[in-house]
Design a protein around this ligand. Structure first.
Ligand SMILES: Nc1ncnc2c1ncn2[C@@H]1O[C@H](COP(=O)(O)OP(=O)(O)O)[C@@H](O)[C@H]1O
Ligand SMILES: [Mg+2]
Length: 315
């Protein structure tokens, strides 16, 4: 099956609130898909509908060819889930937890191999309530793999973790993809999505405001590339006097908006020839985070005009 997940026109109403408001997206098998959005955007609601834990109000949803709500039983054998804020029995150890999940699923995983995979071997016999936040999340990941799932749903698996624990989780996600599994990830860490995901969808107030690969989104919605020269105001004044490019002074550097790469070379040569002091340069592009902040920030001011039409139908 080429598509692991297909969602069309998904709506979830809580009373008068449309928490998910007409969302459509497709996730190819074997890819990492990141669902990005601020708190309250509708990420967990969507995720739980895909997992078959929550009924939808309308729209169509297929996960591995099943309707998760009416065909949950066969689907649950094929998916792995870590809920947001994963918790477990306080007095149980990771090794016991794996045995417990394996009994539920009727599978026979190798606990040490699973714990090794998430780098939790050394805590195999420690009680859950003595684990750090990162170790708890690693256990959640290990448990989501007990049934050898074809899709892993990870709802904010790295929120609040320290950089080392986050990296360990990223490594596992990359490994899952390498094995041909599909990963559906929610996060509000933009750089995480940019690094891990083949495709992302940015959701805000229940609507998708941008979708595509991180590079496509940046190309379509990001600002122009800039030449950044580490130099003072006199270099900015010099560039303004010679070129028509937009120039801004910020901190210890001067940013010059570029229309093409040749301009960067021409400007650098002119600055060099001017003998004004400068100590370095680089070119900078918007990151997914820059695009996100602009998109979500503007939308909250109620003035979003998405580059390719109205928000909500970008998927
Ligand atoms: N069971 C519920 N009943 C009523 N409102 C809910 C319920 N669950 C979530 N919401 C609301 O729906 C919106 C989306 O929530 P959620 O899907 O948890 O967002 P996210 O995971 O992106 O932070 C929020 O406004 C939240 O308060
Ligand atoms: Mg959530």
């Amino acid at each position: 099956m080429a598509e692991a997940i297909a969602v069309e026109g998904l709506v979830k109403n809580y009373g008068s609130l449309a928490a998910v408001d007409g969302v459509s997206f497709h996730v190819p098998t074997g890819s990492v898909f990141a669902f990005l959005g601020p708190n309250g955007a509708g990420k967990t609601t969507t995720t739980e509908i895909l997992e078959g834990l929550r009924a939808r109000s309308s729209g169509s949803v297929q996960v591995l060819g099943f309707d998760p709500w009416s065909e949950g039983r066969p689907l649950h054998r094929l998916i792995g889930v870590i809920p947001q804020d994963f918790r477990f029995f306080e007095k149980i150890t990771p090794r016991e937890a794996i045995g417990y999940y394996a009994a539920l699923f009727g599978t026979r995983p190798e606990p040490d191999r699973l714990l090794g995979r998430v780098k939790l071997e050394d805590k195999a016999h420690s009680r859950f309530d003595t684990l750090s936040g990162g170790q708890k999340q690693k256990l959640g990941l290990a448990l989501s793999l007990v049934n050898d799932p074809r899709i892993c749903f990870l709802d904010e698996p790295t929120t609040g973790l320290d950089p080392t624990a986050r990296r360990a989780i990223w490594d596992v996600v990359r490994g899952l993809r390498q094995e041909g599994r599909t990963v559906f990830l929610t996060t509000h860490y933009l750089e995480e999505a940019e690094m891990l995901a083949d495709r992302v969808a940015i959701i805000n107030h229940g609507k998708i405001v941008a979708a595509g690969s991180p590079a496509e989104i940046i190309d379509r919605l990001g600002g122009a590339a800039r030449l950044r020269i580490v130099a003072g105001r006199e270099v900015a004044d010099f560039v303004r006097s010679r070129f028509s490019n937009e120039v801004a002074v910020e901190g210890d550097h001067v940013d010059i908006v570029l229309h093409d790469h040749e301009e960067a070379l021409a400007i650098l040569s002119a600055v060099q020839a001017s003998r004004l002091p400068w100590t370095g340069f680089t070119t900078v592009r918007d990151t997914l985070e820059d695009v996100f902040v602009r998109l979500v920030g503007r939308m909250d001011e109620g003035v979003l005009k998405s580059a390719n039409g109205t928000p909500g139908n970008a998927a």
